[in-house]
Design a protein around this ligand. Structure first.
Ligand SMILES: Nc1ncnc2c1ncn2[C@@H]1O[C@H](COP(=O)(O)OP(=O)(O)OP(=O)(O)O)[C@@H](O)[C@H]1O
Length: 421
């Protein structure tokens, strides 16, 4: 049984088609990341999964339960850490956690203490007075103490330092092997997705592209640079190459297909001056920033047509879970960020309405409020210094108002009991 199965999901906000026949399967016990630019639809997907938003079309099954009709039961064994955390401002973390345990009928109060220590959180301040990082950690602990089978994390890197993220995923991986926890990680940071997931995919144009095994994955991603004049770009695109740069005498493609096919085309096109190099994450980021889609990997021909392969093309690049490879890539891709490539806190959407049913259904659950970001105090670990791989499509994704019946619930909060503060 899979943790999540989404079938032919379509979601639009007025004329803005966010999901278009979108399909997803997250296996039981895996960490799956969906990586996409800001505005690609990650938060919308999370809200649909938890029935806070109604899709126009499609089915959602969470551990084989109907994500919409049985959403209340689904919430009993799932945890959601939203990008923007909303909680009752006057409560201290401990009171919030005790409420959550009571809601789930659990008594594991020991977990609260150990998780607070692990995530370096104390109980001195009310929620309203916490930093964004502390609020996010409250949401994480709140989700974990309910012992979920599935955890959905929406953009955790927005408020957490790399060191804290590393702690979070160390803990998650422990739960993955001891309890079989499944995780859906939604992120606009490719490095985070690649770093922590078993499998991942890119969300673009309302669909998932390029599902990849990231753990221990050796891949074939290349960048081809051609310095000849008058190149037939179409001939390369036909075999799945994605155009990165098109200037006379300086053309670049991203290619992750079968290399002999590429060298055949190079040969046919009589290309003389070219370089084929291992791609770095930055190349993929470039593609996603530009809105282009990495083509499906072409199927290799049955008979390997061995041609005069460029020496460098024989060398595989290791992306993802191997630490050393990650560090190597991180150092290659740590170029300064462009002006428009910063993480930004998404302003809460004011045009969403709330229905009383959904509000009731989620009473006594999480979660948090938007706040100006403060610099996290945790130390950065050297391996995670490639901060530059953040995607941002703000300028191309205006927020449109939505019909009120599109939204089942925007915020979910709970009412505190007397004496909680
Ligand atoms: N309630 C809403 N009303 C109207 N448009 C919406 C609403 N919620 C989301 N959208 C639009 O849907 C698209 C997807 O937004 P969403 O927040 O899901 O993206 P995202 O990938 O999570 O981005 P971010 O990283 O900024 O959170 C955007 O174009 C956004 O403007």
């Amino acid at each position: 049984m899979s943790a999540i199965v989404v079938n032919e999901l379509t979601k639009k906000f007025r004329r803005n088609l966010v999901f278009n026949d979108f399909n997803l399967e997250v296996f039981d016990g895996e960490i799956f990341s969906i990586m996409g630019m800001e505005g690609a639809g990650k938060t919308t997907l999370a809200r649909i999964l938890f029935h806070f938003l109604k899709p126009n079309k499609g089915t959602i099954r969470i551990f084989d339960m109907d994500g919409q009709k049985e959403s209340k039961s689904v919430k009993e064994f799932t945890g959601y850490v939203p990008e923007e955390v909303w909680m009752y401002d006057n409560l201290k973390p401990m009171a919030i956690f005790n409420h959550t345990l009571a809601f789930h009928g659990l008594k594991n109060t020991d977990d609260i203490q150990s998780l607070m220590e692990y995530f370096e959180l104390d109980n001195r301040h009310k929620f309203a007075d916490l930093t964004d990082s502390e609020r996010k950690r409250v949401a994480i602990i709140n989700a974990l103490i309910a012992k979920p089978k599935l955890l959905v994390l929406d953009n955790p890197s927005k408020d957490l330092s790399r060191a804290m993220l590393d702690k979070l995923f160390t803990h998650i991986k422990r739960l993955q092997s001891s309890e079989g926890l499944s995780v859906l990680l939604l992120t606009d940071d490719l490095a985070i997705g690649q770093r922590y997931s078993d499998r991942g995919a890119y969300l673009s144009g309302g669909r998932l592209t390029g599902i990849e095994y990231l753990k221990d994955k050796k891949n074939n991603d290349k960048v081809l640079r051609i310095f000849d004049e008058l190149i037939d770009v179409g001939a390369f695109e036909e075999i799945g190459a994605t155009l990165l740069k098109d200037e006379s005498g300086d053309v670049e493609f991203f290619y992750d297909g079968y290399l002999p096919t590429l060298t055949t085309v190079l040969h046919q096109q009589k290309v003389k001056n070219y370089v084929l190099e291992d791609a770095v994450l930055e190349n993929k980021v470039e593609i996603f920033k530009s809105g282009r889609i990495i083509s499906e990997r072409p199927v290799p021909p049955a008979q390997e047509a061995k041609t005069s392969l460029d020496e460098t093309s024989e060398k595989d690049t290791i992306i993802a879970y191997d630490d050393k490879a990650f560090e190597a890539e991180a150092s290659e891709t740590s170029a300064p960020m462009e002006d428009d490539t910063v993480i930004l806190s998404e302003a809460p959407l004011k045009d969403e309405a709330q229905t009383t049913d959904a509000a009731k259904e989620n009473a006594a659950e999480e979660i948090a409020a938007p706040k100006e970001e403060q610099a996290p105090v945790e130390e950065k670990t050297a391996a995670y210094d490639s901060d530059s791989m953040i995607l941002d499509s703000r300028k191309t994704q205006p927020i449109e108002p939505v019909d009120s019946d599109d939204v089942l619930e925007e915020k979910y909060s709970f009412k505190p009991k007397k004496g909680d503060e």
